[in-house]
Design a protein around this ligand. Structure first.
Ligand SMILES: Nc1ncnc2[nH]cnc12
Length: 186
C-alpha cells in the first residue's frame, strides 16, 4: 500500500486557480484540483494514491463506523472508493433537484464559494457514520451536515478529508468533538 503523498502534493502544486464570483465585486479563488469537485482529468496513479491513503487513515482511526457518508459534488467519488476498498456501505448526500421536492429531507449547504441543497435519505437513528469529503475549506458544509445528523440521532464518529485549506478543520474538530483527519493541508 502506498504511504506517500507525492502525487497528491504534485497535483496540489500544479492546480490552476479560477475566480468564482460571489457578489458584484467579490471573488473566491477556487483551485481546480484533479481530485476536487470541479476536477476533470485524473491519473490512475493519483486515484490509487489517494484511495490507498484514505483507506489506511480510515482503518487506523475510524474502524468503528457502520458506513461512510459523502456529499456530492466533491466527496462522493472518494467516499465510494474508500467504501469499495474497506468493504463498507456508503450513503451519498445527493445534490437536490426540483424532482425531489416533498420526497427527501433537504438541507441548505452554504460553502465559502456557493450555495445549494443536499438530500438526506436512508439514515436510521443510532447509525454510526464517518463523513468523507474532498476539501475542507471553511468547514461550513460539514457543520451543516453534522447539525442534520444530530437532529436525526445519527452519530458522527469522525471526518476524513483529502485536504484542508488553512486551519478551519481544527476548530471543526473542537466544535464537533470528533477527530478530523486529512491527508494534506494547503
Ligand atoms: N477546490 C477548492 N479550492 C478552494 N477552496 C475550496 N473549497 C472547497 N474546494 C475548494
Amino acid at each position: 500500500m502506498s504511504l506517500t503523498n507525492t502525487r497528491l502534493s504534485d497535483s496540489i502544486a500544479n492546480a490552476r486557480t479560477v475566480k468564482i464570483q460571489k457578489t458584484n465585486d467579490t471573488f473566491y479563488d477556487f483551485k481546480l484540483y484533479p481530485f476536487g469537485e470541479r476536477g476533470t482529468y485524473i491519473a490512475p496513479e493519483l486515484i490509487n494514491e489517494i484511495t490507498d491513503n484514505l483507506a489506511v487513515s480510515i482503518q487506523g482511526h475510524f474502524q468503528d463506523c457502520d458506513y461512510i457518508v459523502s456529499p456530492e459534488p466533491g466527496g462522493h467519488t472518494w467516499g465510494m472508493l474508500a467504501a469499495y476498498k474497506l468493504l463498507k456501505p456508503i450513503n451519498i448526500l445527493r445534490l437536490s433537484t426540483d424532482l425531489y421536492k416533498d420526497i427527501h429531507l433537504e438541507v441548505k449547504r452554504e460553502t465559502a464559494y456557493n450555495e445549494n441543497r443536499i438530500c438526506f435519505d436512508g439514515f436510521q437513528a443510532n447509525d454510526r457514520v464517518l463523513l468523507v469529503d474532498d476539501v475542507i475549506s471553511s468547514g461550513a458544509t460539514i457543520r451543516s451536515i453534522a447539525v442534520q445528523m444530530q437532529e436525526m440521532g445519527v452519530k458522527l464518529v469522525g471526518v476524513q478529508a483529502i485536504i484542508a485549506k488553512g486551519e478551519h478543520y481544527r476548530k471543526l474538530e473542537e466544535d464537533l468533538n470528533v477527530p478530523v483527519r486529512i491527508l494534506s493541508q494547503v
